[in-house]
Design a protein around this ligand. Structure first.
Ligand code: CUA
Length: 332
């Protein structure tokens, strides 16, 4: 009973507190739907067990309570084979009812990309504290935002560069661990276009709670357009300020950050690839995208994300800082 009350409370709390884009109870993809159906099945079974057990308990309490003035010792019972078998077999049946679909779904969700056809594959690499999304068949690498087409299975290969992280997009799928030295697989799909919040769901260090990302699901046509833009990025400065900012970038940032379509190529191994940065929804996967936050991130990354490997650039002159911001925002 306590468990049921707690579960009910937790469901209420979870439903009430989370951002609208993060509810497990409002799935927008096949995987999340199947996971919700498992959650519901387990809640039904637990509710049934609780009702039966509490019902018998209350009945026995009332039916066999001591009558006033009756001090006799009740009949002493030792062992009851039929009952013992009954209350062993019923839980086994209940567990089997729950285990069969759970195991089935666990395996089907871990399916790898089929060899034939052209499945969309994304290699997800977790870093302290950011996410890298590489589309090996499309030659695209991005960070913090995974763009996918709606209505199509996307096959993920999950790896970690440092410690164990966990990939979780409550409305679509997850969680799946990213373990150093090992490749895990999963797939997901999105049934409707939208921006779905993602979280790291495994304690991984000081900024674990800030290791956010987003999944942007777009209509297939729009996705094709995005692929085309990313394959032919327009990263050339459009004015003198952006030109000057590019110079600042080359002196301060290019040893870690790559930008496709420019000479800035570090294979994107050390830090997020910044192609299309000007289109990002968030800065560092976290802050609202605006001028003030961009400057805050560049000057005090340690305040924004404790433990980040991004160094502070507060030594830049105001002019250099403005130029750098102008350049970064121009990246499309
Ligand atoms: Cu990565 Cu928690």
């Amino acid at each position: 009973a306590r468990f049921l009350t707690l579960t009910a409370l937790m469901v209420l709390v979870m439903a009430g507190c989370q951002e609208p884009t993060m509810s497990v109870l409002d799935p927008k993809g096949t995987v999340a739907e199947e996971q919700l159906s498992l959650i519901q099945l387990s809640v039904y079974i637990m509710t049934f067990v609780c009702v039966v057990v509490i019902g018998i308990f209350v009945y026995v309490l009332i039916r066999f309570r001591a009558k006033p003035g009756d001090n006799s010792i009740p009949e002493q019972v030792e062992g009851n084979m039929k009952l013992e078998i009954l209350w062993t077999v019923i839980p086994i049946i209940l567990l089997a009812i729950f285990a069969v679909p759970t195991v089935q779904k666990t395996f089907s969700l871990a399916e790898e990309a089929p060899a034939e056809g052209e499945p969309l594959r994304v290699k997800v690499t977790a870093h302290q504290y950011w996410w890298e999304f590489e589309y090996p068949d499309l030659g695209i690498t991005t960070a913090q935002e995974m763009v996918i087409p709606t209505g199509e299975r996307v096959y993920l290969e999950l790896e970690s560069k440092d410690v164990i992280h966990s990939f979780w997009v409550p409305k679509l799928a997850g969680k799946q661990d990213l373990v150093p030295g090992r490749t895990n697989t999963m797939w997901l799909d999105a049934k409707e276009p939208g921006v779905y919040a993602g979280r790291c769901a495994e304690l991984c260090g000081a900024s674990h709670a800030l290791m956010n990302f987003e999944v942007k699901a777009q209509e297939p046509q729009e996705f094709e357009q995005w692929v085309d833009e990313r394959q032919n990025p327009s990263s050339e400065p459009q004015n003198a300020q952006q030109e000057a900012g590019k110079e600042v970038f080359s002196q301060n940032c290019m040893s870690c950050h790559a930008i496709d379509g420019t000479a800035f190529k570090t294979k994107g191994e050390e830090a997020p690839n910044l192609t299309g940065f000007g289109h990002r929804e968030k800065i560092a996967g976290l802050l609202e995208f605006n001028d003030k936050n961009l400057e805050e991130w560049l000057k005090n990354p340690e305040d924004v994300k404790p433990g980040t490997y991004m160094p502070s650039f507060d030594y830049l002159s105001d002019e250099d800082m403005d130029n750098l911001k102008a350049y970064l925002k121009s990246l499309e």
